[in-house]
Design a binder for this molecule. Structure first.
Ligand code: CTP
Ligand code: CA
Length: 228
């Protein structure tokens, strides 16, 4: 049996993964979201569990089955994601932020469905910036001291290494994983570029399952020695 021969690279580690899009309500039936399928994040959660980790998956609105052995907590908005993630920060050793969090949300959420009135102009939607969940967790003392290893994802449409490197520094995280999108959204394969303080390395296109396994092992190698 291959599973029995595979070393459990994350045994005894606790891993938090965010995945999928956020949904920012405008009224009870409408909202803003994006095309993230959640596939990469779910594959990472599955791979981390298979590598022996205790995994909590913070899942946005996606229609994917919960990976076996993974604890799933659903969120809808960016604020809900932050509220779920913050108390879990000091119970985890790794935070892998794959969620495509909406950068902005409507300032006001209408209690009732916004109706058309004859001859009226379309509603103007005032927006406000959402909290940055990854940057918030990365700024915690537990992350700054290296006990919570934070990994970001960056989908860029151009200048991947340059933009993702700047993003890594801005968020104060040791590792960011970039890919050129949006053509990867919803697909089953992907090509990843890992960027850390020493530079960039690109992994060839593979299935999201294979990339998730490789990434999980790569992250495991970067963790400080386990205290247990
Ligand atoms: N992220 C987050 N909370 C946000 C926005 C982003 O946790 N409000 C996380 C994502 O999960 C991802 C990383 O930050 O791991 C980078 O997200 P991205 O959207 O690429 O970066 P932004 O800082 O939002 O910059 P921009 O969208 O302008 O490129
Ligand atoms: Ca963004």
């Amino acid at each position: 049996c291959i599973a029995a021969l595979t070393p459990k690279t994350l045994a005894g580690r606790r891993v938090l993964v965010s995945a999928g899009p956020s949904f920012e309500a405008l009224d009870p039936v409408r909202g803003l979201t994006n095309r993230s399928s959640g596939k990469m994040g779910f594959a990472i959660a599955r791979a981390a569990a298979q590598a022996g980790a205790e995994v909590t998956l913070l899942a946005g609105p996606v229609s994917l089955p919960t990976p076996v052995g993974v604890r799933r907590v659903d969120f809808s908005s960016a604020q809900q994601l932050l509220d779920a993630a913050l108390p879990l920060a000091d119970q985890n050793d790794v935070f892998i932020a794959t969620a495509a969090v909406a950068d902005w949300r409507p300032v006001e959420v209408s209690t009732h469905k916004i109706k058309k009135a004859p001859g009226s102009a379309p509603p103007a939607v005032a927006m406000t910036e959402n909290p940055d969940v990854l940057a918030t967790l990365a700024a915690l003392p537990r992350a700054r001291s290296g006990q919570l290893y934070c990994v970001g994802f960056a989908a860029e449409s151009q200048n991947l290494v340059e933009l993702a490197s700047a993003k890594r520094l801005r968020k104060g995280i040791p590792l960011i994983v970039g890919n050129l999108g949006p053509d990867t959204f919803g697909r089953d394969d992907n090509s990843l570029t890992l960027i850390d303080a020493s530079g960039a390395q690109t992994w060839p296109t593979a299935s999201k399952t294979a990339l998730a396994r490789r990434l999980v092992d790569e992250i495991a190698r970067r963790l400080p020695p386990s205290s247990t």
